[in-house]
Ligand binder design. Structure first.
Ligand code: GCW
Length: 714
């Protein structure tokens, strides 16, 4: 009896100390499928009494399994898979499985879908229809998004097709597991144990990406090693391609220009040398034997020390076209990066990519797409759109965004990138008159291109939460959603994400979205207000170091970018300076020629102005600068308060992570503010405006900070 009681007590104790089965560590991303309340669960169940489909293949299985997984999570019941439609069924169909469908599929391409509440055999059903199975998978994820976020499930009539063809992640993952500019731990590619061991995480990666419409992934760093093109590594990439294929995701590789020399002892990598071209053709053939749907190559050439065709007095187009010919017979493409600037070019770094590429317009092969960063320098908290957008009408240009936050607080700052992406996509290039947005350049509508693309440098690593923080997941999510449809709003995307990641309860969604929406501007305020840029610490880019001036190359030094001196601050890119503004279409150039018509948020990017220049607010530039820093810090303090109020609505683990990270962000925002003010004040020699506190330390203290082990630094 006593023994039995003892056992009972142990059992009770175990129950009370065992972690909740639903402990949240972020691994499930936005695919949590958390239990819905009774009313909502009933509603969801009524719209998914069964899953009807007659097709059979890995992609369809992925779709039906995802629906079953989602429904089990949300409603605690698993609908049966049936061949015949039942009342209330989710019906997945393509023209191949069902000759007559009560919905037109034209215009949906091979990745889009329609979702419609309709009748079949006299029964009310929700039809998910597409031209292809991958379209059905995307449709299934859309339906699950509606179900998870509390949206109505009846009277649906949705049609959706991607506006951009290539929607890719770029992994800057090295073969040794280190991720360049990665803040979420080591690479998720376990190269060592591939191809034999394909862990479950690869499938979850594919699910997450397919759920937001990403259809390709470049596995390795653009600072590439030739080794990734050897037979063992091709086999490893092929193993990953096998996992991703059912999810509609293709594999691509970054290549090192001198691979033919390094791997097979060729004497040159000259793109016009027939032996070099033959080597690449044979290499492409070898890759396609292992990966029949291989996507193609991504190339960083003649950039930051990487070799390239210019080493042989050839152009970027010569290089790109030679590689393009190698993959062309297999339907592959070449993505050639325009991120170039040279140590021996004394001209403004912001001008160099345009100067190198503009004249090559029209000379690229038809399976080459030029990949251009959103701005002309390098993923800064804010950059004006890159002048190449709109300037190469005969060449398809693809966008490169950085999802990993090299310059925006790395893993711990909550700085939602949706508004940054949106701002660039919505920017008007005026290239073919008013309304020629960057989005229209990259979705091909402006100049009639069919090959279109957008890439995001991934923020993914082996951390349980994938992205280094729960809120960084939103950047991955937003990138995918905007890649599918660049016209979506960053705010709407944040709403979807917050509802799925936490709860659809408006008591959470509203404040979380409000906090996210202003968070990037806050980072701009405390790091690089009014158009300042690239004042981060050398190498690791973590934290402020606007004083650095002693590095070998001028453009490695923050002082190069802000040009603060006794007379004022900012980079003169007008006629009196580098004249970078002339690279923009005339109406844009005209607007930027005058500080009064330049958007104030980009002021010091284009103009060097006196410290007492009057801002639109009436305050001096110096006072305004200080107020921006103040505002940035205050915003983070407000986010801390908002988050604290949400404690009852968020699970403890994810609450605690964000709480701790906001504390770090607040401390670092203050550090940014104080260090920047201490430094600029030593040059401007003006008092702080009334109400603004003096920096906590003197300038020397900030200069003495050192971060030898900051993550992500190659
Ligand atoms: O932003 C800079 C980074 C480098 C990166 C480079 C690039 C992969 O600091 O780490 O290298 O851009 O985009 O090529």
């Amino acid at each position: 009896m006593i023994a039995r009681l003892f056992c009972y007590l142990i059992a009770v104790a175990m129950i009370s100390v065992a972690p909740a089965a639903s402990a949240e560590d972020g691994y499930d991303l936005w695919l949590r499928y958390a239990p819905a309340n009774d009313a909502r669960a009933g509603e969801i169940t009524r719209h998914a009494t069964a899953i009807a489909t007659t097709g059979h293949n890995a992609t369809l299985t992925a779709a039906t399994q995802e629906l079953q997984r989602g429904l089990l999570g949300m409603t605690h019941t698993t609908p049966a898979l049936t061949r015949a439609v039942a009342q209330g069924a989710l019906w997945l169909a393509t023209p191949a499985t069902d000759a007559t469908l009560p919905v037109a599929l034209d215009g949906l391409g091979d990745e889009g879908y329609a979702i419609r509440s309709t009748q079949a055999d006299g029964k009310a059903v929700t039809l998910i229809a597409a031209n292809s199975d991958v379209g059905l998978l995307h449709g299934a994820f859309h339906w699950l998004r509606l179900a998870q976020s509390g949206a109505p499930l009846d009277r649906l009539d949705i049609r959706s097709a991607p506006k951009i063809k290539l929607r890719l992640l770029n992994h800057w993952d090295n073969l040794d597991g280190m991720v360049e500019r990665g803040y979420a731990g080591q690479s998720i590619w376990d190269w060592w144990r591939l191809p034999d061991y394909k862990g479950p995480r690869y499938t979850d990666y594919a699910r997450a990406n397919a759920s937001i419409g990403i259809n390709g992934t470049v596995l390795n760093n653009v600072n590439a090693k030739a080794t990734s093109l050897t037979a063992p590594y091709i086999a490893k990439a092929a193993a990953l391609a096998d996992v991703f294929r059912p999810y509609g995701i293709k594999v691509y590789l970054s290549v090192k220009w001198t691979a033919p020399m390094e791997l097979d002892g060729l004497k040159t990598a000259d793109p016009l040398d027939p032996q070099v071209a033959a080597w690449w053709k044979a290499k492409a053939d070898e890759i396609y034997r292992a990966i029949p749907d291989f996507g193609g190559f991504l190339v960083k050439a003649n950039s930051e020390g990487q070799p390239g065709p210019q080493d042989y007095d050839r152009t970027h187009a010569d290089g790109a076209n030679m590689l393009a010919a190698a993959v062309k017979p297999h339907g592959g493409i070449v993505m050639w990066r325009a991120f170039v600037y040279a140590h021996d070019n004394p001209d403004d770094r912001a001008k160099q990519a345009y100067d190198d590429f503009k004249s090559l317009d029209g000379t690229f092969a038809d399976n080459v797409i030029v990949q251009v960063k959103n701005g002309a320098i390098d993923f800064q908290p804010r950059e004006p759109f890159h002048p190449l957008f709109g300037a190469m009408p005969k060449t398809p240009l693809m966008m490169e965004f950085q999802i990993t936050k090299e310059y925006l607080g790395q893993s711990t700052h909550l700085t939602y990138l949706g508004p940054l992406f949106e701002e660039t996509l919505d920017a008007d290039t005026y290239a073919r008159g008013k309304g020629s947005t960057v989005a229209e350049v990259i979705d091909g509508t402006l100049d009639g291109h069919k090959l279109t693309g957008i890439a995001g440098v991934a923020n993914i690593g082996v951390d349980r939460d994938w992205s280094g923080s729960i809120f960084n997941q939103a950047d991955w999510y937003a990138f995918g959603r905007l890649a599918w449809n660049p016209d979506l709003s960053a705010e709407g995307i944040a709403r979807e994400w917050a509802a799925m990641t936490f709860t659809p309860d408006p008591k959470l969604v509203k404040p979380v979205v409000a906090m996210m929406m202003g968070s990037r501007e806050a980072a701009v305020d405390y790091m690089t207000p009014l158009g300042l840029a690239h004042v981060m610490g050398t190498g690791h880019h973590y934290g402020p170091a606007p004083w650095i001036s002693d590095l070998a190359r001028p453009e490695w030094n923050p002082v190069y970018y802000h040009k603060a001196d006794a007379t004022g601050i900012g980079f003169d890119r007008t006629k009196s300076g580098s004249n970078a503004i002339a690279q923009y279409a005339p109406p844009v150039a005209k607007m930027l020629a005058d500080p009064k018509t330049t958007p104030e948020k980009e002021l010091l990017w284009f103009h060097h102005l006196p410290w007492d220049y009057r801002l639109k607010s009436g305050e001096t530039l110096w006072d305004g600068l200080v107020h921006h820093y103040d505002r940035g810090v205050a915003y983070v303090a407000d986010m801390q308060k908002t988050w604290e109020n949400l404690r009852p609505l968020v699970d403890p683990e994810r609450f605690a992570q964000t709480e701790a990270f906001l504390k770090i962000q607040h401390r670092e925002a203050k550090w940014w503010r104080d260090a920047s003010i201490a430094y600029f004040q030593s040059i401007a020699k003006r008092p702080l405006p009334t109400g603004s506190d003096a920096p906590a330390h003197d300038l020397d203290w900030y200069k003495a900070q050192d971060f030898p082990y900051a993550p992500g630094n190659p």
